[in-house]
Design a protein around this ligand. Sequence first.
Ligand SMILES: Nc1ncnc2c1ncn2[C@@H]1O[C@H](COP(=O)(O)OP(=O)(O)OP(=O)(O)O)[C@@H](O)[C@H]1O
Ligand SMILES: [Mg+2]
Length: 282
Amino acid sequence: MNTVNHAQLEQATQSNGPGGSASYGRVKTPGVDTTHGAILYLESISVVFDGFKALNDLSLDIGVGELRCIIGPNGAGKTTMMDVITGKTKPTAGTAFFGQNIDLTKMQESEIADVGIGRKFQRPTVFENHTVFENLELAMKTNKHVKQTLFARLNSYQRDKIADTLELLRLMSEYKRPAGLLSHGQKQWLEIGMLLMQEPLLLLLDEPVAGMTDAETERTGELLNDLRGKHSLMVVEHDMDFVNQISQGGKVTVLCEGSVLAEGTMQQVQSDQRVIEVYLGR
Ligand SMILES: Nc1ncnc2c1ncn2[C@@H]1O[C@H](COP(=O)(O)OP(=O)(O)OP(=O)(O)O)[C@@H](O)[C@H]1O
Ligand SMILES: [Mg+2]
């Protein structure tokens, strides 16, 4: 039950450390140029590990506000593609642009995070000994776009933002609990919330419902559907019911052997003979 409202949350956090009202403002970042409608452009990307092509001439675009599902067999290169986007792996060939103007292949991982690409790994990495609220607060205060120190008190805009996020995550009634006591699913939602505090333009989620109960999986689908349009999302998953729930008639991309095998609505890719052979029919 969600029994806590914004005012109560405000009271509960009034004594939030020393310092006067924190200054809050966005630092102007060099803008991402999305005038052509896409937030991400991967073109002819190859990644070679010891002679093995993990990605092989991969090309793919993600639209602004799109929720793109990526499916495909184990070893298809899905995680490697996310490694390229986030700068963890440099491609052997090809280009990766954020908008039209930001060349991701020339940037460090931390710079890529700063321009607005957030990534959720499979295992939740919340601060177990801190409360749910504090986890979101800490994530907000490490947002490079927010000018303030870790010890400054939250202002009302920031408290509202955390309250809105708690509502979105359906964790409002848990806000005082140490994150370590949450269920696996709740921890995953909290980590998504922590990424949201960084205000990412593009969010990459690698197998977000792995290890979740059916109820948690469905709830995660609702959460991602709520984010559709507000952020651009790339979601890798093997759970086809879940992909069906979140694709909502949008594009699903099938990766196989390091390149795009098929792209289309869930219905289209599910009836594609090549996709059935390499993946769905197994
Ligand atoms: N650092 C690395 N060094 C060598 N080979 C690697 C490395 N990272 C990935 N690979 C190989 O690249 C291929 C693609 O791996 P990747 O993890 O991207 O697949 P995936 O589509 O995410 O699979 P899964 O669905 O199992 O998560 C695999 O054959 C993997 O063994
Ligand atoms: Mg993977």
